[in-house]
Ligand binder design. Sequence first.
Ligand code: PLP
Length: 416
Amino acid sequence: MKKPDRPSYVVRPRTAVLTRGYDPTLSVGSARPAVFRSSTYVFSSPEKAERAFLIALGKRQPTPEEDVELIYSRLSHPNAEILEDHLVALEPHAEAAAVFNSGMAAISTVFFTHVRPGQSFVITTPAYGGTHHLIDQLLVPMGLRAIEVPAGDTAAMRAAIASAEDLRLVFVETPANPTLRMSDIAAAVEAARARPEPPLVAVDNTFLGPRFQHPLLHGADLAVYSATKYLAGFSDMLGGVVMGRDPAVIDHLRGTRAILGNILQPDECWMLDGRLPTVELRMSRQGKNAARIVEALKDHPAIARFHYPSLFTDPEQIRIRDAQCTYPGALFAMELRGGKSAAFEVLRRLRIARNAVSLGGVESLACHPATTTHSEMSPEAQEAAGVTQSLVRVSVGVEDWRDLLRDLQEALDAVG
Ligand SMILES: Cc1ncc(COP(=O)(O)O)c(C=O)c1O
């Protein structure tokens, strides 16, 4: 079969996400990728097998034109390769991507690969509850040193990065789950690069990427995603992604992935790959819906405080927002005047938005982080991070915004 012609010019991300890498001649001409469910691959010769292992173990480098044979699906497989190629198109400055079987698998692999017992990492708080759980239950007991800095406190973050001993990783979640406080990616990168041995800077970009924020543009080394959210977009699968500017760093993560066995499986890779061309469309619609709803509800008497980027009042938060985001996104959190009971009552009364954790799907979801996603944090840590009992987090979907507004308005009116 003749290989398809490719354009001789550089195409834009929306085009590249459909055209990069994938070669129909390797899938009996199928216009869209097929699923390769094999666990193991037949070598064309023992020499090719030996060479594939030498390269997989990092003992040899492939030549630019070399066709390295696949080995075994825990290391990599065609659907992971196709997906990783397409993902790279979505993140400016990304040169390589690695896919994992959940966002937590991606995050854990970044920590396990880059920080060893006795070494330190800096993390902004609050972060997703599962990330705190990983740190408190596994990383700190294993002897890794965690240095927490409050999200949005640029001076504290710079000072922590400058003074930490044997610092290997700066992990920034921005905007932070669930308070949407933003941290300055460029400042983290600048402080990291000022050290004699610069640590990697990784950004959990789940909330605003890949549509409204691009960490690598601001100098970060890695953009980390729970692909379960906007990338997959339908609340029907788990996935995780790390994209990076240096292919060697991504290769290192793939090496850990092969040990841990947490690669995304072929069927899920195929599903996620099919969702990528519409992520921009979905996020744009979801973001517009959220902006309209927030605007209409911002003075509702039942709400004491809104957390949404376009309503920031803190000058430092406004500065960070304007420097690194192109749109406020499709998530907001509201603090209700009536505390926990009002928050629960609103969740009970919603008829369109469902009371569920997670976010980023085409359907709207709402949850009470203090008793669910962030319930493992101590009351003091919750208080310090702003994860209050009165806080309800809403992930806006693609429904008609007027119906969603009415749903939220009626629920709020009932507690107002
Ligand atoms: C910001 C953020 N990062 C990471 C994760 C973890 O992703 P997963 O559930 O795919 O493991 C989540 C999940 O809610 C999240 O909100």
